[in-house]
Design a protein around this ligand. Structure first.
Ligand code: GDP
Ligand code: MG
Length: 454
C-alpha cells in the first residue's frame, strides 16, 4: 500500500505530562528501518512478524541509554493506518518521549499533523469518512450515551445505511443513463412509475435519517438548560438540588445571582449544561442589569428553558410572554416551586411540574419531563443508524433536494438528461458523507479537529 504518502510520520500518542507510560507512534515505509537504527533488542524490527511486541533499549547517538521500551510492530496493510506502523511504549516522562521524537526526526521522519494517522487510515481505505469522524467523537465523548453513539458510527452503522441508499440510487440511475445512451432507439429500461417509486423509497429513508439528527446531536453535544424566572423563585435552589451540592448562593435577598452560573450534570447518560441566571426584573443596578441581559441571552441559546415561578409570588404573565418570544414554546418547561408552602392544599397556578427545592418533592417528575423534552418521544434503538454530525445532516438534506428535483422533472416529463443530472448529484451528496466523493477542503476541515498522534 502506501500509495498516498511517501513521508513517514511520528507523534506522541498519549496525553502530555507525566504518566505510567507514554506511547510514540510511527507510520510509513521507513518506520521499521529507522526504529531499528536506534533500538537495541534481541531481533531487528524489520524482520519481526506483524503484531508482535519486542523489548529493548533505545540509545542516543552517543550510545547513552534513553529508556528501555516495548516496541509493537504492525505490518501493512494490517495496521491502524494501513502502513507499516510501530508503537514505542516508554516510561511516562515527557523528557524521554521528546528525546525519542528527536531521534526519529533526525532520521528523516517528520512530525505528524493533527489526525494524520486517521487520515491515512481513511486514504488507505481502512475506514470511511464517517468512521474517521467517529474516531474524534469516541475520544471526546463525555457521557455513556454519546460514547455509545460514537462507537456505533465507528462500527460503520451509519456508513452501512448510507451505502445501501447510495447503491439503490446508483442502480436506479444506471437505468436512466442507459436510456440516454440508447436515446435513438427509444428503449425504455425503467418506467417513470418504477423510477418514482424507487426515488420515493430513498427519500423516505433519508427522512428517517434526518429525523434522528436532533436526538443524535443532543446525545453527542449535550443539552443547554436555562433556569429563568423572577428573583427569589428558587432558581439557584433548584440548580443546587439537581447538582446535589450548594453550588449557587441561595438567599432571601432578591437579586443574589447576578452572573450566570454554568454547571454540567449527567443524568441517565445524557449531558446537561445548566445555566442559573439572574432573576429577571427591572433594576437600576448596573451589574444586575447586565445579569438580566445575560439571562435573556441564555434563554435564546437554550435547548430547554426551566421557567420557574413560586407559590409565594404566583405566575408572572409578562415574563411568560417575554420568554415565549425568546424561545420556542415546546422548549419551555413551566415549573412551580415551593409547593411545601401550600401545606398540602391545592393551587390554581398552572405549571407543567410542581416541585419543592426544599423537600425534593416533585423533582423526579421534573427529571422525567426534562428527559422527555430533551430526547423527545424517540425510541431509537442502539442498533439504528443515527445522524449526529452537521456535515452528514447537510449532505443528506442536499441529496433529498436533488431527488425531489428529479421527481419534479419526472412529473413534468422532462428529458432524461435533467433527471440524470439530479440523480448524479444526489449520488455525490451521499458519497460525500462516506468520503467516496471528497475534496481536500472537506478532509482538512475534518482532520483539523483531531489531536496530534491520532
Ligand atoms: N419554602 C421554600 N423555600 C424555598 C424553596 N426554594 C427556594 N426557597 C427559598 O427561597 C429563597 C430564594 O431562593 P433562591 O434559590 O436564592 O432563588 P433565586 O433568586 O431564584 O435563585 C431562599 O430563601 C430559599 O431558601 C422551596 O422549595 N420551598
Ligand atoms: Mg439565584
Amino acid at each position: 500500500m502506501n500509495i498516498i504518502n511517501e513521508d513517514t510520520i511520528a507523534a506522541i500518542a498519549t496525553p502530555p505530562g507525566i504518566g505510567a507510560l507514554s506511547i510514540i507512534r510511527v507510520s510509513g515505509n521507513k518506520a521499521f528501518e529507522v526504529v531499528d537504527s536506534f533500538f537495541n533488542g534481541k531481533s531487528k524490527i524489520l524482520n519481526a512478524p506483524s503484531h508482535t511486541i519486542h523489548y529493548g533499549k533505545i540509545l542516543d547517538s552517543n550510545g547513552n541509554l534513553i529508556d528501555d521500551v516495548l516496541v509493537s510492530v504492525f505490518k501493512e496493510p494490517n495496521s491502524y493506518t494501513g502502513e507499516d506502523c510501530v508503537e514505542i511504549s516508554t516510561h511516562g516522562n515527557p523528557l524521554i518521549s521528546k528525546k525519542i521524537i528527536e531521534l526519529l526526526l533526525v532520521n528523516d521522519i517528520r512530525m505528524a499533523e493533527p489526525g494524520e494517522f486517521t487520515k491515512r487510515a481513511f486514504l488507505n481505505n481502512k475506514i470511511d469518512l464517517t468512521q474517521a469522524e467517529a474516531v474524534v467523537d469516541v475520544i471526546m465523548s463525555r457521557t455513556e450515551a454519546s460514547l455509545r453513539g460514537a462507537r456505533n458510527q465507528l462500527d460503520g452503522l451509519l456508513s452501512k445505511k448510507v451505502n445501501e441508499l447510495r447503491n439503490v440510487l446508483i442502480n436506479a440511475s444506471s437505468f436512466v443513463e442507459l436510456e440516454l445512451d440508447f436515446a435513438e432507439e427509444e428503449i425504455e429500461f425503467i418506467g417513470y412509475n418504477e423510477l418514482q417509486k424507487r426515488l420515493n423509497i430513498i427519500i423516505n429513508e433519508i427522512d428517517d435519517l434526518l429525523s434522528t439528527y436532533s436526538f443524535g446531536r443532543i446525545i453527542k453535544d449535550g443539552v443547554n438548560v436555562a433556569l429563568v424566572g423572577k428573583p427569589n423563585v428558587g432558581k439557584s435552589s433548584i440548580l443546587n438540588y439537581i447538582l446535589k451540592e450548594s453550588r449557587a448562593i441561595v438567599s432571601k435577598i432578591p437579586g443574589t445571582t447576578r452572573d450566570i452560573i454554568r454547571e454540567e450534570v449527567s443524568i441517565d447518560g445524557v449531558l446537561y449544561r445548566l445555566f442559573d441566571t439572574a432573576g429577571i426584573r427591572i433594576s437600576n443596578d448596573e451589574i444586575e442589569k447586565e445579569g438580566v441581559f445575560r439571562s435573556r441571552e441564555s434563554i435564546k441559546n437554550a435547548d430547554i428553558v426551566f421557567f420557574i415561578n413560586d407559590v409565594e409570588q404566583g405566575r408572572s404573565e409578562d415574563l411568560e410572554k417575554e420568554i415565549s418570544n425568546l424561545n420556542d414554546n415546546d422548549k419551555i418547561i413551566k415549573i412551580l416551586n415551593k409547593i411545601d408552602l401550600l401545606n398540602g392544599n391545592k393551587t390554581d397556578i398552572h405549571a407543567d411540574v410542581y416541585v419543592s427545592a426544599l423537600t425534593g418533592n416533585g423533582m423526579e417528575h421534573l427529571f422525567k419531563k426534562l428527559k422527555e423534552f430533551a430526547l423527545g418521544k424517540s425510541n431509537y434503538s442502539e442498533k439504528s443508524a443515527i445522524v449526529s454530525n452537521l456535515r452528514h445532516y447537510d449532505c443528506l438534506k442536499k441529496a433529498k433536494e436533488y431527488l425531489q428535483n428529479a421527481l419534479t422533472s419526472i412529473n413534468e416529463r422532462l428529458s432524461g438528461e435533467f433527471i440524470a443530472v439530479d440523480l448524479r448529484n444526489a449520488e455525490n451528496s451521499l458519497g460525500e458523507i462516506i468520503g467516496e466523493v471528497t475534496s481536500d477542503d472537506i478532509l482538512n476541515n475534518i482532520f483539523m479537529k483531531f489531536c496530534i498522534g491520532k
